[in-house]
Write a protein of this length. Structure first.
Length: 691
């Protein structure tokens, strides 16, 4: 028997990007474990990824090309050869590429975070075609935009420093479920005496384990940050020296913050004045005492109308109190901006003959139903879906389904399993899993470049995304040399070695070790040097002003709330958020039987008072609805949800729910204040017993 151990990396949309060791016996992966030598993974994998072999060898894997034989949405297919599949696709795409290439649309996101299997050969293909560009906004763009206006780039506190903090504010996240290795550092900080504060409308698993939980109303985070600024300034808890040297616009900020008294803040946020005061004082006094105060802000904050501004406001706080002076202070939203990824070399935007239109992936429901027009351009006639499951994850789901159900829409889906989106495909192409292909990775929760080596041969006739797009390029007659580059040749271009942060990058060395840390300072902004136009943390942003935005921290009300839309709230009085279920990652892993069995079935958390007024008992089936749609799930009556809030842990495949629907039936396609991102948590609903 031949036994080997292969170095791999977790590909999923999670900040941890774990280093993995795969044991292979006679060509079969028999064990998957975390690399004990990797400083952030530390030998630990989450429940989901520890089952990766179960997922790879699932009897439900798609292993051969398929052609639809039933109606769209039925999920009925017949097996065909790769030649038949590629010829069919090329026959449909060639005339479009020649006559109206923008009628072709890629739809992808982070089914893999890999730089190769994500957007490399696929981007080259669509750039060469001249297809519509996809604005990939579905997760992080609002917060990243607000953070960039303030800090300059997605650079923040190194995760490896958090255990040294004396105060940690976990703002809009549930790291026990979605950032496990950060939570391990937080637990160590707690053992060393750190105080933990959770800010979240929902008492999540994480919030339950913090010393303090502030359950504010959804979408009021920006107001809470302004209220904190008011207290910090009024009580002289700021670091005036840091503010004077390394920030821009303090005088204007001081005027704006003066408007946000603790009383006003408490009223807007639906919390007490004492909570506002205690939060601000704990944060300011910790920093004033010369101890590290750290904030981990997550993407839950930004999924409302004013989500970009909310992240911006929070990102101002560390500079106001001088928390950046400490390696264990500051803030982390994402570390992705620390990586000098060589995207231009991988994606080749120079292949574009002209700049095509851009379609926002968040508004795919409306855009697939749009006719041709002078403003919009040609209607979408072909969609190639990869690394995504739009039928489950895109908002306003009934419109998404109607768009993909169009008889005249040609849809190709690259997938590992028969997802909701596969059911609407004309052609299905089987894609490899992380155990079966090569990839290079950055991370958005730590600072290590990562390598993924293939551990096993592709199962069945599955192929890597890179190979699929090479084959499609051949069928389309593209003879550009870039379409024959191998995955190793692509990986060798993954990071820019002309940048000091990755000047030591060498693909062969990286794939042998599996990981290598960037050259980054321990405390990136201890002495300013922010990557903003001014080189300072910008409380006042001229860039925002130029973009038509308020240049100072502000509060933007939700599209849907009792305060902003009282008439709508009278009809639909409950706010709804839909954070990830612990055993799923977006819609990934929903089909892993052991994980789905642990999760049970779709559930809605509702406060006892809200349940009582509706005659709803724990465990009963309920219908959640608004003007956009409805879905059915089991009620879980619990005080984890604050009054006026319901929580639908997500994202279930629709076909695995009792009524064939999920939480995105009721979410909208409206966009955030900046970054053109979705507003999943800006949703009002009513709940009633299901008939």
């Amino acid at each position: 028997m031949t036994t080997t151990q292969v170095r791999a990396a977790c590909p999923h949309d999670c900040p941890d990007t774990c280093a993995i060791l795969v044991t292979v016996e006679n060509g079969i992966a028999t064990e998957i474990k975390g690399d004990p030598d990797h400083p952030t993974t530390a030998g630990v994998l989450c429940t989901k990824v520890s089952r990766y072999a179960e997922r790879t060898y699932s009897p439900d894997r798609l292993l051969y090309p398929l052609r639809r034989v039933g109606a769209k949405g039925e999920g009925k297919f017949e097996r065909i050869s790769w030649d038949e599949a590629l010829d069919t696709i090329a026959a449909r795409l060639k005339p479009l590429a020649e006559e109206r290439p923008e009628a072709i649309l890629p739809y992808s996101y982070c089914g893999t975070m890999g730089l190769l299997q994500g957007e490399s050969m696929s981007s080259r293909f669509f750039n060469r075609v001249g297809a519509s560009l996809l604005d990939r906004t579905i997760c992080a763009m609002a917060g990243a935009t607000g953070y960039k206006y303030t800090i300059g780039a997605s650079i923040g506190t190194d995760m490896e420093q958090f255990q040294n903090a004396k105060l940690i504010v976990i703002w809009g996240g549930n790291p026990i479920a979605s950032n496990l290795h950060f939570w391990m550092r937080v637990q160590e900080a707690k053992r060393r005496g750190a105080r933990l504060i959770a800010i979240d409308p929902y008492r999540s698993l994480t919030a339950e384990k913090c010393h303090m939980h502030i359950a504010l109303l959804p979408g009021t985070d920006a107001a809470l940050a302004l209220g904190m600024m008011h207290v910090l300034i009024a009580e002289n808890l700021i670091d005036q020296d840091y503010v004077d040297q390394y920030t821009l616009g303090y005088a204007q900020l001081k005027e704006r913050a003066a408007e946000w008294t603790p009383q006003r803040t408490a009223e807007v946020c639906g919390i007490t004045v004492d909570e506002v005061l205690e939060l601000a004082r704990l944060y300011g006094q910790t920093a004033k005492a010369g101890e590290p105060a750290a904030i981990r802000v997550n993407y839950g904050v930004q999924r409302v109308r004013g989500g970009g501004m909310a992240v911006r406001n929070i990102a101002c706080l560390p500079a106001l109190v001088g928390a950046w002076r400490h390696a264990a202070g500051g803030i982390q939203l994402s570390t992705s901006g620390s990586f000098p990824a060589n995207r231009a070399a991988l994606q080749r935007p120079d292949l574009l003959k002209k700049l095509p239109r851009t379609i926002n992936m968040t508004t795919i429901g409306d855009d697939l139903l749009r006719p041709a027009s002078a403003a919009f351009g040609p209607k979408v006639e072909a969609v190639i879906v990869y690394n995504a499951n739009p039928l489950a994850i895109a908002p306003d789901s009934s419109k998404v389904a109607a768009g993909f159900a169009r008889d005249d829409l040609f849809t190709v889906v690259l997938e590992q399993f028969q997802t909701d989106s596969v059911d609407y495909a004309d052609i299905v192409l089987p894609a490899t899993t992380q155990l079966e292909h090569t990839d290079a990775h950055l991370a958005y929760g730590h600072l290590y470049m990562m390598a993924n080596n293939p551990a096993i041969a592709p199962l069945g006739e599955a192929k890597p995304n890179t190979e699929i797009f090479r084959l499609l390029a051949q069928r389309m007659g593209f003879d550009d040399p870039c379409f024959v580059e191998t995955d190793d040749e692509l990986a060798a271009k993954a990071f820019r070695t002309d940048d000091v942060r990755a000047m030591h990058f060498d693909w062969e060395a990286l794939r042998r070790k599996g990981w290598q840390k960037l050259n980054m300072p321990e405390a990136p902004f201890a002495c300013g040097n922010f990557p903003t136009p001014s080189g300072k943390c910008e409380f006042f942003s001229a860039s925002m002003e130029a973009d038509g935005l308020d240049p100072l921290p502000a509060y933007i009300e939700n599209y849907e709330s009792a305060a902003s839309t009282p008439d709508l709230a009278a009809k639909y009085p409950l706010a709804m958020i839909s954070p990830p279920a612990r055993n799923f990652l977006n819609s990934t892993f929903v089909n892993v039987q052991s994980l789905r069995a642990t999760e049970g079935e779709p559930q809605l958390d509702i406060h006892p008072d809200d349940a009582a007024t509706r005659g709803i008992n724990h465990g009963e089936m309920v219908r959640i609805f608004n003007d956009r749609g409805s879905f059915v799930c089991k009620a879980r009556v619990t005080e984890k949800a604050r009054r006026g809030l319901v929580v639908g842990l997500s994202i279930w495949w629709k076909k695995l729910a009792r009524d064939g629907k999920n939480a995105n039936e009721v979410t909208s396609q409206r966009l955030t204040d900046m970054g053109r991102a979705p507003t999943f948590y800006d949703t009002l609903v009513q709940v009633e017993k299901a008939l």
